[in-house]
Design a protein around this ligand. Structure first.
Ligand SMILES: *Cc1c(COP(=O)(O)O)cnc(C)c1O
Length: 390
């Protein structure tokens, strides 16, 4: 008794922690995979475990997602990370000081920034395979492909680039497959070693999770990446893993609709008087249309276009949109539009932007799952605002 209050119920704290929580009881045959948030797992005897020890090195919800992701890409192993860039950081960590990377010159702004921070990298236009051949040095250990490229939507021939790399046994070929997902393109089938994802985009598709993944077939590569995943600690939360695993259930349906709607909008834009160019690999006018058809089962909802105006018109157009939201990112159910030169690709040096053609009249959109007619009406009214009285 303390200060005259009633006696505390003995064992309260212990009960709150242990009653009803017996780990052996979780064999519920729940149809939907449970969210396991436990950071640690009971061992029957010291250093003996039943598949799980500590949440960073493995978690049932995470493993469920990783297994599913691997299968969708025709891969043997899936690994997930705290973000797409976390996946990239881990993959690049397979290399050592003094190694060299050859990378697509037109790619995700954050990947560009990361590659400039660490390992020596040569950026080149992968649509001409000769450029890749010429960029490979004795110390080249990785080739980083992004296809379609971002934000110019150039298509890189995965099989051709992989064949060049495989003339040497020590070059790892990575494909960032974020723009298409495993539903529309499966790079391992074309000889790539690692498929990298920002699951944040189409794979999750609901703009409420930041996560990344790497899918591989090679046992040794899986072991090395699995070691780094645990050693570097860039792991996702089990709750986020649950969300992405759930989102995969509608991936096929979502991608079919993104594909259909974006194609209708791309064709509409092609006929628009203020549009000079539509960069969409699903259009027969696309310079790599034949490569696109050879390695993709279709195209997603993200693409770019150029208009006849300049920065002022881009600004007015983007701020006049009502159904599309002016925001970075892509791949969600909601339509987004952005200006790469000032937003997603602002971290790319101005000189490289100019060389690539990332101008102030280049707009990138991510066509969401709204009614296509509403999206077209929105684009039309925003163009009218942008080009009014000019
Ligand atoms: C968003 C994105 C990334 C980075 O992923 P995060 O999840 O934002 O870290 C990498 N590559 C591409 C193509 C992306 O769109």
């Amino acid at each position: 008794m303390e200060n005259g209050f009633l006696e505390q119920k003995p064992g309260f704290a212990t009960m709150a922690i242990h009653v009803g929580q017996d780990p052996e009881k979780w064999k519920s045959a729940s149809v939907v995979p449970p969210i396991v948030t436990s950071t640690t797992f009971k061992q029957p005897a010291p250093a003996e475990h039943t598949g799980f020890e500590y949440g960073r090195s493995g978690n049932p919800t995470r493993n469920t997602l990783e297994e599913c992701l691997a299968a969708l890409d025709n891969g043997k192993y899936g690994l997930t990370f705290a973000s797409g860039l976390g996946a990239t950081t881990t993959i690049v960590s397979l290399l050592s000081n003094g190694d060299h990377i050859v990378s697509s010159d037109d790619l995700y702004g954050g990947t560009n920034r990361l590659l400039r921070m660490g390992i020596q990298t040569t950026f080149t236009d992968f649509t001409d395979a000769e450029n890749v051949k010429n960029a490979i040095q004795d110390n080249t250990k990785m080739i980083w492909i992004e296809t379609p490229t971002n934000p110019l939507l150039k298509v890189v021939d995965i099989a051709v680039i992989t064949k060049i790399a495989k003339a040497r046994s020590d070059i790892i070929v990575v494909v960032d497959n974020t723009f298409l997902t495993s539903y529309l393109q499966r790079p391992l089938d074309f000889g790539a070693d690692v498929v990298m994802y920002s699951l944040t985009k189409y794979m999750n598709g609901h703009s409420d999770v930041i996560m990344g993944a790497a899918i591989v077939n090679d046992d040794e590569l899986e072991k090395r990446l699995r070691f780094l995943q645990n050693a570097m600690g860039v792991v996702p939360s089990p709750i986020d893993c649950y969300f992405v695993n759930r989102s995969l259930k509608t991936l096929a349906l979502r991608m079919e609709q993104h594909k259909k709607s974006s194609m209708i909008i791309a064709k509409w834009l092609q006929k628009h008087s203020k549009i000079t160019e539509v960069l969409h690999p699903g259009l027969a006018t696309h310079p790599q249309y034949s490569i696109a058809r050879k390695q993709m089962t279709g195209h997603s909802g993200v693409f770019s276009f150029k208009h006849t105006g300049g920065l002022a018109e881009s600004r007015k157009f983007l701020s006049s949109l009502k159904v599309f939201t002016l925001a970075e990112s892509l791949g969600g159910y909601e339509s987004l539009a952005e200006l790469p030169s000032l937003m997603t690709h602002a971290s790319v040096p101005a000189e490289q932007r100019a060389e690539l053609g990332i101008t102030d009249s280049l707009i990138r959109i991510s066509v969401g799952l709204e009614d296509t007619e509403d999206l077209i009406d929105d684009l039309e009214q925003a163009f009218r605002q942008a080009f009014k009285a000019l």
